[in-house]
Structures are given as structure tokens and as C-alpha cells.
Design a protein around this ligand. Structure first.
Ligand code: PHE
Length: 478
């Protein structure tokens, strides 16, 4: 039988959970990644696919993940173990939890390096380094920075220490306190920035870019990226939300909280787009410039606008805060697992997990250099390119590990757990809402995610060739 409460603590209220889960969800994914992958994948159509994935796959899987966490009340590994046994199945389900812990390590290892960029740019912006810079000047600033491993290491280390300091203090004194202070600040900063961007000449172009879909520009690779991003941005498929769910009071409605979190996360991504793209367009900058997008384009805009030093500093502060509240949730599953299985104190567990992640992060530090020694060349989703360690980690985690973790979570919640157990835990009765959740979780979400992953490896090509004439007919292509 699973324990009634978690030994690690609990949130003080339902709202504390909502804030923490939103803090986990809103991160570099919303402010750094969403704009640049939207830019790389052509805008509106990509945004629509991403929104569909959030609604159809993200929301039901988030409900499942919170539900499993709250029922198991332990680290994701032991939660999966206990719940599998409770439903009379094989305890090997714990490997789903272990894969989640691994994904958390891998994501945090590069996440921390990029969060370090934000910290560096916070200091650059506040010391007026961007003022009246030329595009070339900004480019040099950026490439000199990412080419300098010592500098990157310093910030990577600082960010990991910041993460350690919060996680080591535990659920209420660390995680909850951090999100209560940081999340309201984040919202205010974001609104101020959107307010500014609304008054620039590029605002109309940005709205059109984000919300006018051109489906002919959409590739399979883009669909996969959009789906992977839905998992990434909602922190799904690796146990972060599961472990947060294990601290959730019994009387909170899982469906309602999930809707609030998913809505808030999506709203922040779109608002970030509305803050960033107007600046890109009013300065005739390149929307598709990849991971460097906000570091290459925004400083230029900040360097020219009135009060640019202030707005620039605010923006990178926003980015750092958002990354911080997500990083703690990436480390938490591993920490709880160590505490439970090794019988050590939280501080020691955080130290061990943090040091390990820090070490793996060093590989990302070296992957941005001009002549990086670590280059992989492979063909994914139909695009062949040279990839550094960072790209490999990004594809491996967001496009493969999280979606696979997500399917397994859905399969567990829909097929392994008994109908009574999930109905009790979700407390929605036997009405249509529950039935819809169950159908999506059992059939639709696993099927959609499998299709996209199979296509990643080109396995569905024969089927698509078979249906090509029909698809062409439907999409009106000659
Ligand atoms: N959701 C976070 C973001 O958008 C990243 C994250 C992924 C956090 C997985 C926890 C788990 O930046």
C-alpha cells in the first residue's frame, strides 16, 4: 500500500502546488526555446500544432502524472514500483521512474548552461554593454562568450549552486518559498515587456507571424518538434510533475489544477512570443536564428530603445527566474529517490545529484565552441545536420525520452491502474469528463505520440507513400 503522505513534505495548499507546477512548466522552454523553434519552423502553423499537442496530449498526460504522484506519494521510481504492485503488475514499471530521473539529469545538465547565458546577459544588459551596438558587435559579443568555456563554466556552476540552495531546503522552506517569491515577479516583468513591445512598429507583423498558419511550410520534423516541445514545456514525461503531485493535498481537484497550469504555461509562451517577435521584426532581424535568437536579436533592440538598459536587464532577469523555478523540479525526482533508497539526508542527496548534473553539463559547455571536438552527424526527422552535444541532448530528451515517458505514463494510468483507482483519485465521477480523459489516455494520446515517434525513424514512410495521392488531394497539391 502506498503511504498516505510523502515523507518529503507537502505543499501548504492547492495554490502552492499550482504555483510550483507552473514554475516548473514556465521556463527556458517558454521564453528561450519556444520563440526560436517557432522561428526555425516557420511560425503560425507550428504554433497551432503545438497548441493541439498541449490540449490533446499534454493535458490528459499531466492529469495522469499528477494522479500517479498523489496516489504513490513517493519518488517517481518508488511510486511506479508501489502502484504497479498495488494493481497486481510487474514491479519493472519502476524503470519508467528511473528513465525519468535520467532524463531530468540530462535536461538539467544543459539547462543550467543556458540559464548561465541568461545570468551573463543580465550582467551585460545592466552594465549597458548593448547600448548602440551594431548587429556585428552583438554577434561578436555572443560568439566570444559561448566560445569561452571558462566563462560558461563559471555561470553553469553558479546556477547549479542556486538550484542546490533551493532544493536542499526542502518542499516548503525551499521549493514553495522560491516559487512564491519568483512567480509573481516573473508575471509582472513579462507584462511590462509585452506592454513595451505593443508600442513598437513590429507588433502587427509579430501577431501575424505567430497566428497566421501556413500549413504548406510544415514538415514532419516540425510536427515532432512541436510535440516534443509540448512535453518539454509542460514538464511532462520525466516525473517532475509526478513528484510535485506527491506533495499535493488530497482535497484538490486534479482536473482543475491541470487546466490552470496548462493555461498559464501556454499563456506565458504566447506572451513571450509577443514580447520578443515585435522587437525582432521592428529591427529587421532574423526570426530563424536558432538557440541564439534571444541573445543575438534582443540585445540589439535593447541597445537602441529608450530605457533599453532597464528593459534588457528585466528581460534576462525574467529568463533567469523562469529557469530557476524549473531547474529545481528537474532535480527533485533524483533527490527524493536518493533520500528514499539510500537513507541519506536531503542536503547530501541534493549535493550528490547536483554534482553529477554539473559534471554532465561540462560536455554542453564545450559543445558551443567554434571547433568543438564533439560533433555528431545524423539524420533525424528528415533533416541531416551536424550536431553538437547540446543538439544531441536536446533531441534525445525532448523528442525521444519525454514522449516515450509520456506514452508509458498514459498506458499505466489508462490500462494498468484499475478503473476504480483512477476514478477515485481524479474524483470526477463517471461523467463525460472522466470518460473523455480515459479514452484519450488509453487510445488517443499513446497512438498520436507513437505515430510521431515512429515517423522520426522513418518507419511510417511506406504507409505515407501509399496514402500520398489522398493526402495530396486533401491538401490540394498538384
Ligand atoms: N518545462 C520547463 C521549461 O519549459 C523544462 C522542464 C522540462 C522542466 C521537464 C521540468 C521537466 O523550460
Amino acid at each position: 500500500m502506498p503511504p498516505k503522505t510523502s515523507v518529503h513534505g507537502s505543499w501548504s495548499s492547492r495554490w502552492a502546488f499550482i504555483l510550483a507546477a507552473t514554475g516548473s512548466a514556465v521556463g527556458l522552454g517558454n521564453i528561450w526555446k519556444f520563440p526560436y523553434i517557432t522561428g526555425e519552423n516557420g511560425g503560425g502553423a507550428f504554433v497551432i500544432v503545438y497548441l493541439i499537442c498541449v490540449a490533446l496530449i499534454g493535458i490528459p498526460i499531466m492529469m495522469s502524472e499528477i494522479m500517479l504522484g498523489r496516489r504513490g506519494r513517493q519518488s517517481p521510481v518508488n511510486t511506479m514500483h508501489t502502484l504497479a504492485i498495488e494493481s497486481g503488475h510487474h514491479p519493472a514499471w519502476k524503470y519508467l521512474g528511473i528513465m525519468g530521473v535520467m532524463a531530468g539529469f540530462l535536461i538539467l545538465s544543459y539547462y543550467s548552461v543556458i540559464a548561465g547565458w541568461a545570468l551573463e546577459y543580465l550582467t551585460k544588459a545592466s552594465s549597458g554593454d548593448f547600448t548602440r551596438q551594431t548587429p556585428d558587435g552583438i554577434k561578436t559579443l555572443f560568439s566570444n562568450f559561448i566560445d569561452d568555456p571558462k566563462h560558461l563554466m563559471l555561470w553553469h556552476t553558479i546556477f547549479m549552486v542556486m538550484t542546490f540552495l533551493v532544493v536542499a531546503r526542502g518542499v516548503r522552506g525551499g521549493l514553495e518559498l522560491a516559487v512564491k517569491l519568483l512567480m509573481p515577479a516573473l508575471l509582472v516583468i513579462l507584462l511590462v515587456l509585452v506592454g513595451y513591445s505593443m508600442n513598437t512598429t513590429g507588433f502587427g507583423a509579430a501577431v501575424e507571424y505567430l497566428f497566421t498558419p501556413d500549413f504548406s511550410a510544415l514538415s514532419w520534423g516540425a510536427v515532432l518538434t512541436a510535440m516534443g516541445h509540448a512535453f518539454f514545456t509542460l514538464s511532462l514525461g520525466m516525473g517532475a510533475i509526478m513528484v510535485y503531485g506527491s506533495y499535493l493535498p488530497r482535497d484538490a481537484s486534479i482536473a482543475k489544477t491541470t487546466f490552470i497550469i496548462a493555461f498559464a504555461d501556454t499563456a506565458v509562451a504566447l506572451l513571450a512570443g509577443l514580447a520578443i517577435f515585435p522587437l525582432v521584426f521592428s529591427n529587421s532581424l532574423e526570426a530563424g536564428s536558432g538557440p541564439g535568437l534571444i541573445f543575438l536579436t534582443l540585445p540589439l533592440a535593447f541597445g537602441q530603445m529608450p530605457y533599453g538598459t532597464l528593459f534588457g536587464a528585466l528581460f534576462f532577469l525574467l529568463l533567469a527566474f523562469a529557469a530557476w523555478t524549473s531547474a529545481i523540479s528537474l532535480l527533485e525526482p533524483a533527490v527524493t529517490w536518493l533520500v528514499e533508497n539510500r537513507n541519506i539526508k536531503r542536503v547530501t542527496a541534493t549535493m550528490i545529484a547536483g554534482t553529477f548534473t554539473w559534471l554532465v553539463g561540462i560536455l554542453t559547455v564545450f559543445s558551443f565552441q567554434k571547433d568543438s571536438p564533439i560533433i555528431f552527424s545524423f539524420n533525424f526527422g528528415g533533416v541531416k545536420k551536424e550536431n553538437g552535444f547540446f543538439d544531441v541532448l536536446d533531441i534525445l530528451t525532448a523528442n525521444i525520452m519525454l514522449p516515450i515517458g509520456g506514452i508509458l505514463i498514459a498506458v499505466f494510468a489508462g490500462w494498468i491502474m484499475s478503473r476504480e483507482a483512477s476514478r477515485d483519485e481524479l474524483e470526477m465521477g463517471e461523467g463525460n469528463a472522466y470518460k473523455t480523459w480515459r479514452v484519450i489516455t488509453r487510445y488517443i494520446a499513446p497512438a498520436l505520440v507513437s505515430i510521431v515517434i515512429l515517423q522520426l525513424f522513418g518507419l511510417l514512410d511506406p504507409i505515407f507513400t501509399l496514402f500520398a495521392p489522398i493526402i495530396d488531394l486533401l491538401s490540394n497539391r498538384p
